[in-house]
Design a protein around this ligand. Structure first.
Ligand code: SAM
Length: 229
C-alpha cells in the first residue's frame, strides 16, 4: 500500500474509532462541572486549561483554531469568550456534537470535518489548540509546522499529547498511536517560542474513558507564544 493510501486508511479507521466512542454517550469528554467556565479555578485538575484562561484573560479575543476539537469544549469556551472559532475534527459524530453543543451554548463555531494530517489552515489565528491529538499523528512535524505558520506573532499554541514515558495500554490498540518523547518533536518545535507553560505529566490516571479498564497516560503539555518576526 502506498503511504498516501495508508494515511487515508488510517484516517478512516480513526474517524470510525472516535465515532463509536462518541455515539453512545451524550458527552464523552469534559463531563465534570461546567466545561465552558471561564474561571481558571474551575479546572483544578487541568493545569493546561487553568493556565490558558489566566494567560488569555488580558488579551483581546481574536481568531482561534481548535485541531481535533472532539466534542468542542475548548472551542465553545473560547467562542463564549468572544473568539471567532474554527473547530476541525475527523469524526462526523463529533462534528455534529460540536454544532449542537455550540447552538445550546448560544455561540457560533465554524466546524470543519477534516483530517488534520491533510488540513491547511486558512489565514492567521491568535490561538491554535491541539489538545490530546498529536499522538494520533505520525507526521507531527508537518502538522506543528502548519500550526505555527498559521499563528500570528504574539499568538499562542496550546498543545497536549501523550509521551513515551508511559506505555500505551492495550485498550488503546485499535488505532495507531505515535507518542512523542518528553524532549522530542513537540518540545523541540517550540524551543524558540516563549513558553508560558511546559510540563510533563507522568502516569496520570485517566478519568475520562467509560468502558475501558483503569489505566494511565503521560503527557507533554505546553502553552507557547510565537515570537515577533
Ligand atoms: C482525545 S480527543 C480530544 C478532543 C478535544 N481536543 C478535547 O480536548 O476535548 C482527540 C480528538 O482528536 C480527533 N482526531 C484524532 N486524529 C485526528 C485527525 N487526524 N484529524 C482530525 N481530528 C483528529 C479525534 O477524533 C478526537 O475527537
Amino acid at each position: 500500500m502506498s503511504s498516501d493510501a495508508q494515511s487515508a486508511a488510517n484516517a478512516l479507521n480513526l474517524a470510525a474509532y472516535f465515532d463509536d466512542l462518541y455515539r453512545p454517550t451524550e458527552r464523552y469528554w469534559w463531563r465534570r462541572g461546567d466545561p465552558y467556565s471561564a474561571d481558571p479555578d474551575d479546572y483544578p485538575t487541568s493545569l493546561l486549561t487553568q493556565l490558558t484562561l489566566r494567560v488569555i484573560r488580558d488579551r483581546v479575543p481574536g481568531r482561534a483554531l481548535d485541531l481535533g476539537a472532539g466534542e468542542g469544549a475548548d472551542s465553545i469556551r473560547l467562542a463564549l469568550l468572544g473568539y471567532t472559532v474554527t473547530a476541525v475534527e475527523i469524526s462526523e459524530v463529533a462534528c455534529e456534537k460540536i454544532k449542537s453543543f455550540a447552538a445550546e451554548a448560544g455561540v457560533d463555531v465554524s466546524v470543519v470535518s477534516a483530517d488534520i494530517g491533510a488540513y491547511r489552515p486558512e489565514g492567521q489565528f491568535n490561538i491554535v489548540i491541539c489538545n490530546g491529538v498529536l499522538h494520533y499523528i505520525r507526521d507531527k512535524t508537518r502538522v506543528i509546522g502548519l500550526m505555527q505558520e498559521a499563528t500570528s506573532p504574539g499568538g499562542l499554541n496550546i498543545v497536549s499529547s501523550w509521551t513515551t514515558f508511559s506505555e500505551v495500554p492495550p485498550c488503546h490498540n485499535s488505532v495507531p498511536v505515535y507518542c512523542d518523547d518528553e524532549n522530542g518533536i513537540i518540545a523541540h518545535a517550540y524551543a524558540s517560542w516563549t513558553l508560558k507553560l511546559k510540563y510533563f505529566e507522568r502516569d496520570k490516571a485517566e478519568a475520562s474513558h467509560t468502558g475501558m479498564p483503569q489505566h494511565s497516560h503521560s503527557h507533554v503539555k505546553l502553552i507557547a507564544e510565537k515570537p515577533a518576526p
